[in-house]
Design a protein. Sequence first.
Length: 285
Amino acid sequence: ELVVQFQVLNQSCQCLAWKPRPVGVWPCPGESQHVVAGYSDGTVRVFSVSRTEMELKMHPHAAALTAITYSTDGEMILSGSKDGVVAVSSPRTGMTIHVLADHKGSPITVLQCTRKQFHDFGVEAGELWLATSSDRRVSVWASDWLRDKCELLDWLSFPAPAGPEGLDSLPPSLAAFCPWEHGVLVYVGFGLQKEALFYSLRKKQVLRKISLPAFATALSLSPAAPFMAIGFGDRLLRLQPCPAGAPQDYAGHDDTVHFCRFAPSGRRLLTASHSAVFVWELTGA
């Protein structure tokens, strides 16, 4: 059932994210739920679902947006654009407080934040976040937004053979923090081998590799169990136990599986292809 719909005329919505609920806070009747969306004209819009209205419009980018997320406390919006620029903006004031050009020249494919304690990596910060770009680079940052602090923690660059065509024809570069293994991120993308790499931020090295049947087009890590969901270009969805185990493959999509995302409970999985959206029930989760 369609509950509410927002329309922005003459602009394409490229990415969106739900505002996270503060830790330990239960939903209240009438509580405002917010969605932030990034558009092809470089604008960011915040919508209130409960009030069915747009609350804020910002213009932090000169190019189309390609990735967007909230900080873990919901106090900041991180957005990435087609030209590789990452902006950090406040939904309270509408001001952009940081502009990071480290990935400039290559579209941002992933932005993700995770909570952390400052003693994990010897830096004082409230959270970790990562940015991934199409040129197989991943930057990891430690931030404390209240103190206006944003420090580069690690910079990864994954090798690959020369592509026959432009970046648009290559599989996407995707990375995610590992929920069940702290201090580790998982990376998939075009490379020397078809594989998923587990990289330790503490040891500064790849811990292990999982072979894949093809280059991945979508990636999601379960928050409830050591499982990865991986989408491929041949209409295949794979559920991969970690660190090892027999994978389970599922068909049914009509085209490339370009999106997959576990629900916060880990019991459901949402996947999408060209003209189909699937919701999967994970009975063993």
